[in-house]
Ligand binder design. Structure first.
Ligand code: PLP
Length: 412
């Protein structure tokens, strides 16, 4: 064993430098050296305002400040405040709860906690979760931390959506070996491309899953990572696809990783929920029971103040309207920044993956590190991602966007 004191399974854990933090540091060094106005820092995964300050919703800030000490500091129930669980369900579906289904939720520390629970409680040890090849890198860490692995399906084939057939192929080979399937769809406003699945894409996926579910030995969990849903468009529009999950067989579970991080700009307060949706009451009751049990064994309870915030938003239409307005402002601001970038990319002949909305735009690049070195000479910093460059449009003030697409094209 080549560890000092750590057990063998911990060997090597945390040893790979985080590629995002290294480039964030390079961007910050450049800011110190040449000044903020000359640097385009597209490495950040949070929204920054037009003055390049961390964006917050004033209404959220004020509401948190007036909370009682007890609401901030006391424990929450292990599974979450009951009203929080109902609020998370209601705000997620926003009137689009599919017919003939049951929903139950468990509080988790952000979407991360919900993903953790699904990997751990819906896969056997050693099994693999199926994730898109372009995806949030942390899925792998979460799987490995829990002695699970990941396997990928192809999201894009050239520019076209490829997943319908690659998902099919992967599932066929997977199901030959074992009966449990956990597959992640990160939509709408996928990280890192900003792509959103259409209702047509969903219909294909659902039909396909239903066919496989005819074998009642199979247990299919569709894990919907909706971390960016509130920046994908109007809430009524972005949630319509939930209605498609009606009358699913009992052996297809829809597990939703709900996150407050982006929706309320409270990334560090660690709050979210795992929401289970099923045609079977027993399945969602089991989800609630099993994952509340996991809460107790992993992090005990969640952040009470964040849960209370959601309860208050859900119960108080004025508070909700005020936050919705502040969120819409930033959603539109980001859309404006992205619009400039995408228009100029087209003019410059710079290829990007299909971007609909969200925090990031991704440019395919066979050798992203080389291109990023050249861009750094122009004081432009973005993240190298698989075979591409992830450009965080969320952090760039609008006035710095013009010209960047052409510079990326030149660097490539
Ligand atoms: N899913 C995706 C695609 C993300 O990008 C993130 C965070 O960046 C998360 C889930 C989890 O966020 P949190 O745990 O803060 O809710």
């Amino acid at each position: 064993m080549s560890t000092f004191m750590a057990a063998s399974h911990a060997e090597g854990k945390g040893s790979k430098p985080d590629p995002v933090f290294a480039i964030v540091k390079a961007a910050n060094d450049a800011i110190k050296e040449v000044g903020q106005d000359k640097v385009v820092n597209a490495t950040i995964g949070a929204i920054y305002d037009e003055q390049e300050h961390f964006a917050t919703f004033p209404t959220v800030e004020n509401h948190l400040k007036q909370m009682s000490a007890e609401e901030i500091m006391n424990y929450a129930p292990i599974g979450g405040l009951p009203d929080f669980l109902q609020a998370a369900i209601d705000l997620t579906f926003n009137g689009n709860m599919p017919e003939n289904t049951f929903a139950k939720a468990v509080a988790t520390p952000g979407g991360t906690g919900a993903i953790r629970h699904v990997f751990n409680n819906y896969l056997e040890p050693g099994q693999k979760a199926l994730v898109p090849d372009w995806c949030w890198g942390n899925y792998r860490n979460i799987a490995e931390e829990h002695m699970r692995e990941i396997d990928t399906y192809m999201l894009f084939d050239e520019d076209k959506i490829a997943f319908s057939h690659t998902v099919t192929g992967r599932i066929m080979s997977r199901f030959k070996k074992n009966n449990n399937l956990v597959i992640i769809f990160n939509t709408p406003a996928h990280n890192p491309t900003g792509h959103s699945m259409t209702e047509g894409d969903w219909t294909q996926v659902i039909d396909f899953m239903k066919e496989y579910a005819q074998d009642t030995e199979k247990r299919i969990t569709i894990l919907l990572d909706i971390a960016y849903i509130d920046f994908a468009g109007e809430p009524e529009e972005t949630r319509k696809f939930f209605r498609l999950f009606h009358n699913l067989p009992q052996n297809i579970l829809i597990a939703i990783a709900y996150s407050m991080s982006k929706s309320f700009f409270i990334y560090g307060m660690r709050s979210g929920a795992l929401i289970g949706l099923s045609s079977s009451k027993e399945v969602v009751e089991e989800l609630s029971q099993v994952n509340t049990g996991s809460n107790r064994g992993v992090w005990s309870n969640g952040t009470r103040s964040a849960q209370k915030l959601l309860v208050d938003v859900w119960q108080n239409p004025e508070l909700k309207a005020s936050i919705d307005k502040e969120r819409a402002f930033y959603r539109e601001l980001m859309a404006k920044r992205a619009d400039i970038f995408m228009t100029e990319a087209k003019e410059a002949g710079l290829k990007t993956f299909p971007y609909h909305s969200g925090f990031f735009i991704t440019i395919p690049a066979p050798n992203p590190s080389e291109a990023l070195k050249k861009l750094a000479e122009d004081h432009i910093f973005a993240v190298s991602f698989y075979k591409g460059i992830r450009f965080a449009i969320c952090g760039i003030p609008t006035h710095k966007v013009p010209g960047v697409a052409q510079k990326i094209k030149n660097a490539l």
